[in-house]
Design a protein. Structure first.
Ligand code: ARG
Length: 275
């Protein structure tokens, strides 16, 4: 995670951002600290990447790149406003001992925000990769070969869900939250072939950003939780914790966007689940 010292809405690169509706810095800090405390209490360990002046979206570390084991593939951001984050992200991963492997020049790819793994016991992990608004499908082959993981490409259909992690949230090997508005029919068919028990979110539910949740074991840390969604998650054995990240929603990001999972190994057939 990256603290919100330099967070703000000073440009508009997604439909949620309006420069005239800026975040309150103290409230943003309190919400961020509460998210860190909630994740820690749920069993996560949190590492901090220092923030940098002039990079107001650096707080959304989900977009820094894709992690697998000791390997890090840095993002290639679509918008110049975020491209300055990449050298800082890369330096952090290098200094923490990661093997940094660059995508070939050409396409854009915005990290784990557009690449979410599904881990099913006894089966090779699959990386579901979204494309269109921020990431290009042309990068998916390189991600697959750099990280040694099969990828499945899904086109994003609605610019309000401009990253995959706004409309798709894997919960475990069988289950995921899926906003049908975020995908076309082919994308939904791909997801349904990978997720035997999807929790299909209607558009109103999905617009609450409930799919932008962090799964820590059995705990689902959510920016909002519509009642029906909470009932289903609890009937499946998850506990739901809602953390108000309203100041970050003004930039189009929620709980999941504010984190990048490091405990992911895509090369392994494993029995445990990573988030
Ligand atoms: N303002 C940021 C942007 O538009 C928000 C990023 C949200 N991140 C995410 N993983 N969905 O790039």
């Amino acid at each position: 995670m990256c603290p919100p010292d330099n967070f703000g809405v000073v440009y508009e690169i997604n439909p949620w951002m309006h420069t005239e509706v800026g975040p309150d810095p103290d409230l943003a800090r309190a919400q961020f600290d509460n998210l860190v405390a909630t994740l820690t209490a749920s069993g996560a360990e949190v590492e901090m990447l220092p923030s940098e002046t002039g990079l107001p979206d650096m707080v959304f570390t989900a977009n820094a790149g894709v992690v697998s084991g000791g390997t890090f593939v840095p993002a290639r951001f679509r918008h110049p406003q975020r491209q300055g984050e990449t050298p800082l992200d890369t330096a952090w991963f290098r200094s923490n001992g990661y093997d940094v492997r660059e995508l070939p020049a050409g396409g854009c790819q915005e990290g784990a925000g557009d690449a979410l793994p599904i881990f099913s016991p006894g089966i090779r992990p699959v990386l579901v990769c979204g494309y269109r608004f921020r990431s290009d499908i042309s990068t998916h082959g390189a991600i697959s070969s750099l990280l040694g993981v099969p990828t499945r490409s899904v086109e994003l259909a609605d610019d309000r869900f401009y990253h995959l992690d706004l409309c798709f949230c894997p919960l475990n090997g069988r289950r995921a939250m899926v906003a049908s508005a975020g995908f076309d029919r082919y994308g939904m068919a791909v997801i349904e072939s990978l997720v035997p028990e999807p929790l299909i979110l209607d558009t109103e539910e999905a617009l609450s950003f409930c799919a932008n949740s962090v799964v820590v074991g059995d705990v689902v840390v959510m920016p909002a939780c519509p009642p029906r969604v909470g009932r289903i998650l609890e009937s499946w054995g998850f506990s739901v914790v809602v953390v108000d990240v309203g100041e970050f929603l003004k930039a189009g990001g929620g709980c999941r966007c504010l984190t990048l999972a490091l405990d992911v190994d895509l090369s392994d057939t494993c029995d445990s689940q990573a988030t």
